[in-house]
Design a protein around this ligand. Structure first.
Ligand code: FMN
Ligand code: SF4
Length: 365
């Protein structure tokens, strides 16, 4: 029988019941204080786990307590042992629904929320019309950040996460290192692709060494650092160094291409989004699993990803924000609440203003 979204899959001994992934999505306006998981966060993810999704990647979690590490003040954290307790509760609720769960580990780099942002090189400019400024990191600072990623991964393991996703995309710190547009260093961490990849690969290898072979490690990377040719080389390097999953998104300068109007188009004969096209180009070179993401809003598109082999998993982001029961509804042939692509779920507006969610809640009345 051919593969479809309900085909189970196993990674490092973890059985994942289906191919639908909830990708990392910051829960804006969820009143997170000092990085701690709260009840709102637990409710948000448990609802999606109950809704049948196979793998949840918890939103960007900061590896350092400093504000310049964070992409929002209300970002979750794993920079201290004290924070493990909340994550443990979150993971346990998700596991109770037979759902696999990874923690996305992040450092905001150029896109931090202070005047003292850090990056591979001095930066002053705009990313999607927003101004950012950052200061070049010293080598001891780079080593310190590497250590923070590894310690956060160890805390994730103690909280019983099935693994982590290392955030190397969307203009955040590790993407800033990979891209020649933001990394102008001429020491061991900049210059050739090998040198620009040194920090992300060291973090990956060290997490593997410390967390063991049964821990799942995903890497979220940009296919366009700055072109698909580099994207293929970068993915091969992560694969060779032991990543279990590569999650293909966008790199420096893109902010994840949330708006269709600024997004480059996939070739005319490709049926889905540019990021999924990129996955289809990169996947043949890899031995690890691939998550394809971008604009998947229904069963047909998700099944096309799996059946055609564009990815081993289909990630559904905003579709799952709108309708937590996305997967169960596909199974039961019920109508899914539509996402309007309005991006009100982003930044200051938060989920409260999501019209898709309103439609979902209305459907329950
Ligand atoms: C509210 C919101 C928050 C997001 N936060 C993150 C994040 O924490 N980490 C990340 O890698 N991507 C983040 N993204 C990008 C999503 O993971 C995903 O790549 C994007 O929404 C495209 O998928 P979709 O078309 O299915 O929504 C976020 C997207 C949204 C809508
Ligand atoms: S309907 Fe708008 S606010 Fe809701 S998930 Fe979709 S893009 Fe976000």
């Amino acid at each position: 029988m051919s593969l479809n979204i309900f085909s189970p899959i196993e990674i490092n001994g973890h059985k994942i019941k289906n191919r639908i992934v909830m990708p990392a999505m910051v829960s804006f306006n969820y009143e997170v204080k000092d990085g701690e998981v709260n009840d709102k966060i637990i409710e948000h993810y448990t609802l999606r786990a109950k809704g049948g999704v196979g793998l949840i990647i918890i939103e960007a979690i900061c590896v350092d307590e400093k504000l310049n590490c964070r992409l929002t003040k209300g970002e979750l954290g794993l920079w201290d042992d004290e924070l493990i307790k909340g994550h443990k509760k979150l993971v346990s609720e998700i596991h109770n629904e037979n759902c696999t769960v990874l923690a996305q580990l992040s450092h905001a780099g150029i896109k931090g929320i202070t005047e003292a942002n850090i990056a591979p090189s001095d930066f002053e400019g705009t990313i999607i019309n927003k101004a950012f400024k950052a200061k070049e990191m010293t080598v001891p600072q780079i080593k310190e950040i590497k250590d923070k990623f590894v310690k956060a991964a160890l805390r994730a393991k103690r909280a019983k996460y099935d693994g982590v996703e290392i955030h190397c995309a969307h203009s955040y710190l590790l993407s800033d290192f990979i891209s020649p547009l933001s990394n102008k260093r001429n020491d061991e961490y900049g210059g050739s692709l090998d040198k620009r990849m040194k920090l992300p690969l060291e973090i990956l290898k060290e997490i593997r060494k410390e967390c063991g072979n049964d821990f799942i490690i995903s890497v979220r990377m940009g296919f366009d650092e700055p072109t698909i040719d580099e994207g293929i080389k970068i993915a091969k390097m992560f694969d060779t160094c032991g990543s279990d999953i590569i999650h293909i998104s966008t790199g420096f300068g893109s902010s994840g291409y949330m708006s269709e109007s600024i997004m480059p188009k996939a070739p005319n004969d490709f049926p889905l989004n540019i990021r999924i096209w990129a996955s289809s180009q990169i996947k043949p070179y890899l031995s690890c699993k691939v998550i394809a993401v971008g604009g998947i809003r229904n069963a047909e598109d998700a099944n096309t990803v799996i059946f055609e082999g564009y990815g081993d998993f289909a990630a559904v982001g905003r579709g799952l924000l709108c309708d937590p029961e996305f997967v169960n509804k596909i199974k039961e042939n019920k109508k899914i609440a539509n996402c309007f692509n309005c991006n009100k779920c982003m930044w200051s507006s938060g989920m409260e203003k999501c019209p898709g969610r309103k439609k979902y809640l209305d459907s329950l009345k």
